[in-house]
Design a protein around this ligand. Structure first.
Ligand SMILES: C[S@@+](CC[C@H](N)C(=O)[O-])C[C@H]1O[C@@H](n2cnc3c(N)ncnc32)[C@H](O)[C@@H]1O
Length: 254
């Protein structure tokens, strides 16, 4: 997948993606990253890209022309059908469902704002969608763009090692993931659940499904309300709930 990021801080974006799963995927050519700096399209020699807001008030606004030219270049260089997405706190809240759909495209243009944001006329004219990574305000869109690219890259076939799988992750099946454990078998008096050491793959799978359902029920009931449960899943969840409700207060969660 080709990522084209329009940013005043290209090095920051590169650094954020350079390590771990995303770094390996970029090296392996599963994803590529190209950056476009509006400063390169500024009209004056100083590379001015921001100006004071009409109507007064604090802060600066990114100017229409340099941003617009950068978008045009990025659009031209990106695969056909690539969407131009402005990262913005006012955008549609991002979720896994939307990312899975976006991962089917060959390219994506991500526009990062700074200061008070970008001149509204460019957004109206050249942006296809606005995405928010949460109800809080960042200083710039670069962190948000990195979040989007990281979450998308791990969905690309071959991006995760053979022992990892995005399919089991939280939200992929409309549930939270089950808890995970590794060696040692007992850590500070706390054992790993017996079933995970049993070698019984059917029982392990059942336990994991039951935990995923139970966790989602306790932590994110809104997800369960949106998901159809199979008969098996209903039984496992009811079992978890009965067990949970019969525990003494303060007992271990799982
Ligand atoms: C300081 S913010 C501008 C906030 C803007 N004045 C507002 O209140 O809507 C600068 C840039 O950070 C990015 N940004 C801030 N919060 C974000 C969020 N929650 N999700 C995605 N991008 C965000 C956007 O690109 C924005 O243009």
């Amino acid at each position: 997948m080709q990522f084209h990021v329009i940013t005043l801080f290209p090095e920051a974006v590169r650094q954020m993606l350079g390590c771990g799963v995303t770094g390996r995927a970029l090296k392996a050519g599963l994803a590529s990253l190209r950056t476009w700096n509006p400063r390169d399209y500024a009209e004056d020699e100083r590379g001015t890209v921001d100006d004071r807001p009409f109507g007064g008030g604090p802060g600066m606004v990114m100017m229409a022309e340099p941003v617009s030219l950068a978008i045009q270049q990025a659009r031209t260089a990106s695969p056909q059908g690539s969407r131009v997405v402005y990262l913005s706190p006012q955008g549609r809240p991002l979720n896994q469902h939307r990312l899975v759909a976006a991962a089917r495209n060959d390219g994506l243009v991500l526009l990062c704002g700074r200061y008070e944001g970008i001149d509204e006329r460019v957004l109206a004219d050249q942006v296809d969608e606005e995405w928010s990574i949460g109800d809080y305000v960042l200083s710039g869109g670069e962190l948000a763009a990195a979040v989007v690219m990281d979450a998308l890259i791990r969905l690309l076939p071959g991006a995760l090692g053979k022992n990892e799988s995005a399919e089991q992750d939280s939200f992929m099946q409309g549930l939270l993931d089950c808890p995970h454990y590794t060696r040692p078998e007992r850590w500070r008096g706390q054992p790993v659940p017996q079933v995970l050491r049993s070698g019984d793959h059917g029982a392990i799978e059942n336990w994991r499904k039951r935990q995923a359902l139970g966790r989602t029920w306790r932590r994110r009931p809104d997800l369960l309300a949106r998901r159809q449960l199979s008969e098996d899943e209903q039984r496992l969840l009811q079992d978890y709930i009965d067990d949970y409700n019969s525990r003494p207060r303060g007992a271990d969660e799982e």
